[in-house]
Design a binder for this molecule. Structure first.
Ligand SMILES: *Cc1c(COP(=O)(O)O)cnc(C)c1O
Length: 452
């Protein structure tokens, strides 16, 4: 028997095949050659010995696979509004336009046009952050975890930071408050107990070694029962009397008033700024902007942060700053913010609208799968409002013989890639997090999955 490996085609011969020549017209030559070398290499190891092996088709598939971007859009039908795995907050059109306008050319990112001298990128969102948050000053860096490291390092490196044991929390993948504190160079001074910490505990811990008092919002869980901690205004008075800065990491960056929509319990930035010297929050959670870490507060406390080396190491990109500025500007008109910022719009969509959209989707999806409607709950996600009720109407779909996990896998792979919830062997689709202009693509994805 002859060894089929003897008859392996040469790279040159494969490059001359008509289908491969056509492929070369639209794909970089290096990419095509790399794909051919991979396939020939695999054949040499004994793979695809079939004499009918379709070289042009396999080369084309491999090239297209490598050309596909690693990062692609996903339709979020899970109903989790701030889905960390799916990029948290979708941006408002105004924010996207700003990022495009600034990203496509040069800008005054670090130029003071009045003097021609070097400016600071930290100045760009400053006045708008201060104005919208009711603070004296503000800066934005790469993300909120970074903002906390920066603030603690600039204010309390080598000194004690007093924090309640009930707030030594883990916010998510490798973000634990005690670790962040240690990395910042500050010394952890824990007080109180998991469930109860009193103003007196803070008072007793104060000493000449104190660098700051830190309050961290327990973003992703709620404690109830025999629980107490001093209100932020009381801590503010205590810190002022002691002459110690008070830092409040509120996490989510809620600027809008969502209480008319039944969403309460999440601290608003406005509630913290009158009492804390620095308030820290994420740009891409409830604020609904790009990934960023915002710090607002008293001018003399923000000032040392600007000169700290972490501000340079954690600086935000120009497109981020452009998108953040445009997002913040929308908050000048609260009604406009609710309408234009996708996160706020999704959280405040009326139940009747969701029910009507679910009914229309059930009708269309019913052509491919047995589907029904059921009442359910969406989730805010991103560690915000962990207990908020967010009633919705779900389309509940029977995946048939193939099973829920197999159908969900096809949907994830796409294209388009669709994420659903799986519960009790059924697929659940929540219209809350599906944009209206994504509905056709969503239905198309189910049609393909049904056919495949
Ligand atoms: C989410 C969160 C952070 C981290 O924010 P990132 O922008 O993801 O870095 C920090 N603190 C609290 C309380 C949070 O909820």
């Amino acid at each position: 028997m002859t060894d089929p490996r003897r008859h392996l085609p040469s790279v040159a011969r494969l490059l001359a095949l008509p289908d491969v020549v056509r492929l070369l017209a639209e794909s970089p030559r290096n990419l095509v050659i790399a794909a051919i070398r991979d396939l020939v290499g695999a054949a040499r190891q004994g793979a695809h010995r079939d004499p009918d092996f379709d070289w042009p088709a396999e080369i084309t598939a491999r090239v297209l696979d490598r050309r596909a971007p690693s990062l692609f859009p996903v339709i979020n039908a899970t109903g989790v509004v701030l889905h960390t795995n799916l990029g948290r907050a979708p941006l408002a059109p105004e924010a996207l336009e700003a990022a495009l306008r600034i990203g496509r050319g040069y800008s005054n990112l670090e130029l003071d046009v009045a003097t021609g001298a070097r400016g600071s990128r930290l100045d760009h969102c400053s006045s708008l952050l201060a104005e919208t948050c009711g603070a004296e000053d503000g800066i934005a860096v790469n993300n909120a975890a970074g903002a906390l490291v920066l603030a603690l390092n600039a204010i309390a490196a080598g000194r004690e930071v007093i924090i309640s044991r009930g707030e030594l929390v883990e916010i998510g993948g490798s973000f634990r408050i005690p670790d962040i504190l240690e990395k910042s160079g500050a010394i952890l001074r824990e007080i109180g107990t998991t469930n109860r910490t009193h103003a007196g505990d803070y008072q007793t811990a104060l000493s000449e070694r104190t660098g700051a008092i830190l309050v961290v919002h327990r973003s992703n869980f709620a404690m109830s029962g025999f629980v107490t901690s001093p209100a932020i205004d009381e801590l503010g008075r205590l810190a002022t009397t002691a002459g110690v800065p008070l830092l409040h990491d509120v996490g989510s960056g809620l600027l809008a008033d969502l209480s008319p929509f039944g969403l309460t319990g999440e601290p608003r930035i406005h509630d913290a700024t009158p009492h804390a010297d620095l308030v820290l929050f994420s740009g891409d959670k409830l604020l609904g902007g790009p990934q960023a870490g915002c710090i607002v507060g008293r001018r003399r406390v923000v000032a040392p942060l600007r000169k700290n080396p972490y501000a340079r190491a954690l600086r935000a990109d120009k497109m981020t700053l452009a998108a953040l500025e445009a997002t913040l500007a929308l908050y000048r008109d609260p009604a406009q913010a609710l309408a234009a910022i996708p996160v706020l719009r999704m959280l405040t969509t009326p139940a009747a609208t969701l029910a009507a959209r679910a009914a229309a989707l059930r009708e269309r999806l019913g052509e491919h799968f047995a589907a029904s409607l059921e009442p359910g709950q969406s989730a805010v996600g991103g560690g915000s409002f962990p207990e908020a009720p967010l009633p919705t109407t779900l389309v509940s779909l029977d995946p048939g013989a193939r099973g829920a996990h197999s159908l969900a896998l096809s949907l994830r792979l796409g294209p388009p890639s669709v994420l659903v919830r799986i519960e009790g062997g059924r697929l659940l689709i929540d219209p809350r997090t599906v944009a209206v202009d994504e509905e056709d693509a969503l239905v198309g994805a189910f049609a393909s999955a049904a056919a495949g």
